[in-house]
Design a binder for this molecule. Structure first.
Ligand SMILES: *Cc1c(COP(=O)(O)O)cnc(C)c1O
Length: 421
């Protein structure tokens, strides 16, 4: 790549390690390499730093430190919560989740189906929202756990977790939420939310990859996913990943400080990017509800072009963005999130997600806008998908928007939304 710098718009895939976070973790890769479980001072001093990090991440989510279990990643946390609910409730064989979860959840649920469990995947509507009546109807006496993400990594759409938790509580069913996209963007208070389990992953909040946490509400029955030593108060075997844990603690502190920047400055950058694209590039549509939505995320459908081609040309000028989730890239299937919202596979293949972060600037947004409109024009000129090469000057944006919404509603109406009784 010839660019001297990167224009990074893929913060929902991973984030840059903050310099402060790197400084905090460094000593635990060099001189302070003891085992935190060892009794002698060289180990126990390291243990004190693990304790401190546990208090820092607990403060981020308003949990008690004892309710925090460090894991290797968000995927492990998601799998662990559902696994524990099933193993501690052996007569219950039913799980409820949604059609738009991260693959770290959806693929585990599909695995469970193959093991003989029953899973209900709740549908979403055209703007990616859930119908909570369907959740209410789907809960059965043999439902072990409901697992629903807080904010969608592809569209940024935010689900009403407090209401969902209340429904689950009234029916005595455990509730887990994958909150991986939330820190630094919305305030997290597990006590106010009323959740039993909550997942975070540090590499989405400016700490390294390979460290996550599972919040386990006090007095919740818990069966470890990794069985081994007594680490994590018996909830997760394996010697602690000390440097990463310390990094996570520092990043948790920074995430609280970043709330204002994400919600004011980054939101304004995102809105300018989104509004300018929708206004100046014809045949473009936002995927997902405008609000409530993460302040950093926009997912846009570009008709008549393949997202893979857009991303390739963006990459050539140093811009990092993505189609759907990094975890599904490489498969030719269109995004399961967008198809669940009623987009046709063809339209879903033309969608690009831009996810901004604290290191983005106005200049970055200008750079993307300049290149993107040229790239789309170029691709549409040669696109076999473009039936009419529409005359951009006479383009009626409002009529196209209405048509897009009608198309979505029709596609959804055709889908069988009945939930297995
Ligand atoms: C990134 C992400 C995950 C997976 O986290 P890992 O630490 O990469 O395993 C899970 N859920 C959501 C919503 C994510 O964005």
């Amino acid at each position: 790549m010839s660019q001297s710098r990167i224009y990074y718009f893929d913060n929902n895939a991973t984030t840059r390690v903050a310099p402060e976070v790197f400084d905090a973790m460094k000593p635990f890769l060099t001189e302070m390499w003891g085992n935190p479980s060892s009794a002698y001072a060289f180990g126990s001093i390291v243990g004190k730093h693990v304790d401190q990090a546990r208090a820092q991440v607990a403060a981020l989510i308003n949990a008690d430190a004892k309710e925090v279990v460090f894991t290797s990643c968000g995927t492990e946390s998601n799998n662990s919560a559902i696994h524990s609910a099933l193993v501690t409730n052996p007569t219950k064989k039913h799980v409820i989740t949604t059609a738009v979860e991260h693959s770290a959840n959806i693929n585990y649920c599909e695995f469970l189906q193959k093991q003989g469990y029953q899973v209900t995947f709740l549908p979403v509507d055209a703007d990616g929202s859930l119908d909570l009546h369907l959740l209410d109807k789907a809960i059965r006496p043999d439902t072990a756990i409901v697992s629903i993400m807080w904010a969608n990594n592809e569209t940024g759409v935010v689900f009403p977790i407090e209401e969902i938790a209340a429904i689950c509580r009234s029916k005595n069913v455990l509730f887990h939420t994958d909150a991986t996209q939330v820190p630094g963007k919305m305030k997290i208070d597990v006590k106010a939310l009323g959740v039993d389990f909550l997942t975070l992953s540090a590499h989405k909040l400016h700490a390294p990859k390979g460290i996550g946490l599972l919040y386990v509400k006090r007095r919740t029955k818990y069966q470890p996913y990794l069985i081994g030593g007594h680490q994590e108060r018996g909830k997760r075997g394996g010697t602690e990943n000390v440097a990463n844990i310390v990094a996570f603690g520092k990043a948790a502190e920074l995430a609280v400080e970043h709330l204002a920047d994400e919600n004011v400055r980054v939101r304004a950058l995102r809105d300018r990017l989104e509004n300018t694209i929708l206004k100046t590039i014809p045949n473009t549509f936002r995927n997902g509800a405008k609000e409530p939505r993460l302040p950093n995320t926009t997912n846009i459908a570009f008709e008549f072009v393949e997202a893979e081609a857009i991303l390739l040309l963006l990459d050539q000028v140093g811009i990092c963005a993505s189609s759907g989730s990094a975890c599904t890239t490489g498969s030719l299937d269109p995004s399961h999130v967008l198809t669940a919202m009623g987009l046709t596979p063809m339209r879903a293949r033309g969608c690009v997600r831009f996810s901004l972060g604290i290191y983005n600037t106005d200049e970055d947004v200008d750079y993307v806008l300049t290149h993107l409109s040229k790239i789309i024009t170029k691709l549409r000129d040669i696109s076999p998908l473009n039936p009419s090469h529409p005359d951009n000057n006479n383009y009626d944006i409002e009529a196209a928007r209405v048509k897009h919404e009608t198309d979505l509603a029709e596609a959804l109406a055709e889908k069988d939304e009945t939930i297995a009784a």
